[in-house]
Design a protein around this ligand. Structure first.
Ligand SMILES: CC(=O)N[C@H](C=O)[C@@H](O)[C@H](O)[C@H](O)COP(=O)(O)O
Length: 249
């Protein structure tokens, strides 16, 4: 990652293309198609999970990739949780490696700074995924090149809400010198624009763009509510009625 690439993503949209667990989209070829589609739509960067997805997508797109590896090691820290995972993601070709940037104990017992050093040694930039201003300040002091609000809403120290944490974006951009990325629950273009107005360097959007299951549920939930209240069509008494002189097709 060069300063030029950091400039390349400035003010833009980074699309997070991730599929995990039993998600039918979990297939590097599908993630690559989603990623290429996002780039066609104007995404300036991609956020990708897992070595296979990073490797395949890297061979197909030119935009900077924020890479991470979600691993469950019986710890609250699951985003690129150890120094070893950070090194693997960097060596797979991510321009920026996202790691858990909170102060919580990490499963390998190493401090955050060791992951940052490993990422730098592999020639990538380190993004600290944080949930509070204090975590962002600490991560910057340890050498993180970029700080993202990814974990706000997902730690006990941060507000639990459905909306994005724009207040944290504003606080981080006021107090930090490194670029601040707005991420987490940005569901509308207007919310993304608000983050840039709060001086975010870029905005990451995942679910609202690349999770058709979630998007579908927004529609079905709304329809379920209306369907209970509205009468069906055709109404039962009209269903058997003959049409007098309608056009025949
Ligand atoms: C908390 C956590 O693990 N966030 C993850 C980080 O990579 C992803 O699951 C999110 O999709 C990503 O942050 C984008 O956010 P949203 O999908 O809300 O636009």
């Amino acid at each position: 990652m060069t300063d030029g690439q950091l400039q390349q993503i400035r003010g833009g949209l980074i699309v997070s293309c991730q599929a995990r667990g039993d998600d039918p989209l979990r297939n590097p070829a599908i993630i690559a198609a989603l990623s290429m589609s996002a780039v066609q739509g104007g995404a300036v960067g991609l956020r990708l999970e897992g070595l296979d997805d990073i490797r395949v997508v890297r061979s197909k797109v030119d935009v900077p990739v924020v890479g991470l590896w979600k691993v469950d090691l019986d710890s609250d820290v699951y985003i690129t949780p150890t120094v070893w995972h950070a090194r693997q993601v960097a060596e797979t070709g991510a321009s920026i490696v996202a790691v858990d940037g909170t102060a919580r104990p990490r499963p390998d017992g190493e401090p955050l700074v060791r992951s940052i050093e490993a990422i730098h040694a592999a020639g990538a930039l380190a993004m600290a995924d944080v949930s509070t201003l204090e975590e962002g300040e600490a991560a910057e002091a340890l050498g993180a090149d970029v700080v993202s609000t990814t974990l706000s809403g997902y730690t006990p120290d941060s507000p639990q809400r459905d909306e994005p944490d724009l207040a944290l974006v504003a606080a981080l951009t006021e107090h930090l010198s490194v670029p601040v990325i707005a991420e987490g629950r940005y569901r509308t273009p207007a919310q993304a624009a608000q983050a840039i107005e709060a001086r975010a360097w870029a905005v990451v959007v995942g679910t609202a763009i690349t999770a058709p299951g979630w998007i579908t549920r927004q529609f079905t939930r709304e329809l379920d509510g209306v369907a209970k209240a509205a009468a069906p069509n055709p109404r039962p008494q009209q269903a058997g009625r003959k049409c007098a002189a309608g056009p025949s097709r």
